[in-house]
Design a protein around this ligand. Structure first.
Ligand SMILES: [Zn+2]
Length: 230
């Protein structure tokens, strides 16, 4: 069984950092083009590894199909019956450009910008407003749990650069300048399970073509819901 905490492409530790490393759950039933045997993608992925790999084309095709699908049947890995079923995210494509596509949820005020090379970012209504003002949205202050591959002495005092360097993966997340722009906060550490909890707030890079589209779009879209469904 592959470790969900590891990057499913390079196998190195992959703590989640929006815009730089994200995860796809196995129940989404997206085929894993990097697996040696037929498998569904299940776990984290460094976006730099994704963009660098030729197989991202296959992955992006499946991923964006899943984003737009409703409840549907998916062939099992060995083609044997019964077929599997999954819930897609039911999003609609609202923009396709040279670098990326933009999808909109039909049930919540939420958008996804998916680069043709693989990386994606999620945006909420505040982010859309921020983009419309010409600003850079920050990812929400969610708490991310991460099981460390080894104990790190004094973990509470690490910053993000220090943490990723100790895990040997800082280069997969970006330059020191990029990492310095990410707010990182240690929340908790549970030694018996080596479980780290942290908050990161990341300036979300949205390609210029999508920014231009969303700025225009923000002026006349009708909100689906005023509830905060984050
Ligand atoms: Zn990787």
């Amino acid at each position: 069984m592959p470790d969900l905490n590891e990057c499913q492409i390079c196998g190195a530790p992959a703590p989640l950092v929006p815009g730089h490393c994200d995860g796809v759950a196995g129940y989404r039933l997206i085929r894993d083009p990097w697996a040696e045997r037929p498998a569904f993608f299940d776990g984290n992925v460094h976006f730099s590894c994704l963009a660098r790999s030729d197989k991202h084309v296959v992955f992006v095709e499946e991923f964006t199909h899943m984003l737009q699908a409703g409840h549907e049947e998916v062939q099992s890995l060995d083609g044997s019956p019964p077929p599997l079923t999954r819930m897609g995210l039911g999003m609609a494509e609202i923009f396709a450009g040279a670098e990326c596509r933009v999808y909109r949820s039909g049930v919540a005020d939420r958008w996804m910008v998916v680069s043709h090379s693989g990386p994606w970012v999620q945006l909420g209504p505040d982010d859309l407003a921020q983009v419309a003002r010409g600003g850079t949205p920050l990812s929400p202050a969610n708490v991310f749990p991460y099981r460390l591959p080894k104990d790190l002495e004094g973990i509470a005092s690490y910053d993000l650069q220090g943490l990723l360097t100790a895990l040997g993966v800082a280069d997969r997340y970006g330059s020191p300048e990029t990492l310095a722009q990410i707010e990182y906060e240690f929340v908790d550490y549970y030694p018996p399970k080596r479980l780290l909890e942290y908050v990161v707030r990341v300036p979300l890079a949205v390609p210029q073509e999508a920014r231009a589209f969303l700025a225009e779009y923000a002026e006349h879209y009708t909100p689906v819901s005023f509830e905060d469904e984050e």
